[in-house]
Design a protein around this ligand. Structure first.
Ligand SMILES: Cc1cc2nc3c(=O)[nH]c(=O)nc-3n(C[C@H](O)[C@H](O)[C@H](O)COP(=O)(O)OP(=O)(O)OC[C@H]3O[C@@H](n4cnc5c(N)ncnc54)[C@H](O)[C@@H]3O)c2cc1C
Length: 465
């Protein structure tokens, strides 16, 4: 506390501490470094104060304290922002990571989750009842940031984006007021938080509809040598025209990770992998996936009936905390020959054993929801590409970043818009591209209503002016 007091108004910090139920962490507290670390180790920032909130009252108190003290505010839930928008130099981090409450109502098929929940925790609770919220593909990712951007993942073609199953949010505004938003109450705000990120306030709790899922699904990866990727992708683009919405696939280019279930002779090899998740009866999944699994000469085929949570956990080792990450992303209308050849060419030039790029298959339920229903934009895109330059330490990171930029630039003629949760800090024009001009203007008007002073600015920022 002394360290905190030395840099801030001591009396004000004392008053905050008196009633704070969570923990206030300052620069010379022994666990300061643990709490300021985020998932992406290439981001190293030193806030003045970390307010680890235990509940809504702490969030309100932290917001009011930050306002009074004129502090820069970062809001953190899962800490998985690629550009590190949940941590700041100087200023205060309002950290919701301890707020882990989840309540599933299996009869009503709804679930409430506090903002600190990560995807694997949500799946653990919902899958106990054979239910799920469609969300992302790595269980350590924060539910809050993911939902506020939209939420793409393995169940999207069957059940839509994460926001398509969202029914309510509780929020704390820039004034420190508590509000609820649903389709009927503060409907404008509810529209904005479904894609508009953390621009309008701090969400403390989400409520979702749940859909029957698994708990067993037919899922897994099919892997070919990367030299075969032009043929695999040409086959794939035709094949996905016919597949049902139960199936969502993600194509990945990478070098094989040295993990025990994978034969040692494949470790480090450049490969193309089609990851599959069939969210329906698994006998149907086996039939639907047969043409893919029969194509060419796969090096490995891990498709099998498996628990949905096991499939979800499969990518954990590829994205651990503490590695260095840089992302570039864009949506693509189609995998035409030029796109395929560019991907294949850059795939062969992957140097880092942990760098990766992935193409999410869109369509299905994602495309069926109306484009105007929420701030999220790009439902008509065919594919979402994310290119992630990764190194285990800072060594070689600059080169991976340049490689990622190179692939992204080579595809520029084919870019559609971009998913806001896969942006680095790329400037206002890219944020406008993410939403399109019309929605961007509507989001700006909403920002003027809920946060005219741009108190919440460490996000893909929609400025009020
Ligand atoms: C390994 C990995 C895998 C991913 N996979 C997917 C995927 O499959 N699908 C997908 O859609 N996205 C995916 N993402 C992107 C992910 O959705 C974003 O990085 C998201 O911001 C992470 O949420 P978080 O709570 O962990 O973020 P944080 O780093 O805590 O915050 C990110 C942003 O959200 C704001 N924010 C956080 N919590 C709140 C809150 N409670 N109220 C208001 N604003 C808040 C922060 O201020 C910040 O601007 C992935 C990211 C990573 C790192």
């Amino acid at each position: 506390m002394n360290a905190i007091g030395a840099e801030l108004d001591r009396a004000a910090v004392g008053a905050l501490a008196d009633s704070f139920r969570g923990q206030l962490v300052g620069r010379s507290d022994p666990d300061y470094d643990d709490h300021r670390k985020i998932w992406n180790a290439s981001i190293d920032r030193r806030p003045t104060l970390i307010a680890r909130c235990a509940g809504v009252a702490d969030v309100i108190a932290a917001v009011r304290f930050a306002r009074e003290q004129g502090l820069l505010v970062a809001v953190r839930s899962g800490g998985h922002s690629y550009p590190g928008l949940s941590i700041c130099d100087a200023g205060i981090v309002i950290d919701l990571g301890q707020m882990k409450g989840i309540r599933v109502d299996p009869e009503a098929r709804t679930a409430r989750a506090q903002a600190g929940v990560v995807l694997g925790e949500m799946d653990r609770e919902t899958q106990a009842f054979g239910l799920a919220v469609p969300a992302g593909i790595v269980p350590t990712t924060g539910l809050a940031g993911l939902t506020l951007g939209g939420g793409v993942g393995w169940l999207q073609r069957k059940h839509g984006l994460t926001i398509d199953q969202l029914v309510r949010v509780d929020m704390v505004t820039a004034e420190g007021e508590f509000v609820t938003a649903t389709a009927d109450e503060n409907a404008d705000l509810f529209w904005g938080v479904r894609g508009g990120g953390g621009n309008f306030g701090i969400v403390t709790e989400f409520e979702f509809r749940l859909n029957p899922t698994g708990p067993m699904v037919f899922a897994g990866p099919v892997m070919w040598p990367m030299e075969d990727s032009p043929q695999v992708l040409r086959f794939y683009r035709e094949w996905i025209q016919e597949v049902p919405d139960e199936l969502t696939t993600i194509v990945t280019f990478r070098r094989v990770l040295p993990l025990p279930p994978i034969p040692e002779e494949l470790h480090g090899r450049h490969v193309i992998v089609v990851g599959c998740c069939y969210a329906g009866p698994f006998e149907d999944g086996e039939r639907v996936l047969k043409p893919l699994r029969d194509f060419g000469a796969p090096l490995a085929d891990g498709c099998a009936p498996m628990p949905f949570v096991a499939h979800q956990a499969a990518l954990n080792p590829a994205f651990p905390h503490g590695w260095w990450y840089y992302i570039r992303s864009c949506n693509l209308a189609e995998l035409n020959d030029e796109v395929i050849d560019t991907l294949a060419d850059h795939g062969q030039r992957i140097v880092s054993p942990v760098t990766v790029f992935s193409i999410y298959q869109l369509g299905g339920a994602v495309a069926r929801a109306g484009e105007d229903e929420a701030a999220f934009t790009g439902r008509d895109a065919g594919h979402l590409l994310n290119i992630i330059g990764i190194t285990r330490t800072g060594d070689g990171f600059d080169a991976e970043r340049e490689w990622a930029r190179g692939l992204w630039s080579a595809l520029e003629p084919h870019h559609q818009n971009v998913y806001v949760n896969f942006l680095m800090e790329e400037g206002e024009e890219r944020i406008r591209q993410a939403y399109g001009a019309e929605k961007y203007d509507r989001l700006k008007a909403l920002k003027r209503t809920y946060d005219p002073g741009n108190f919440f600015r460490l996000n893909q920022n929609i400025t009020p002016d």
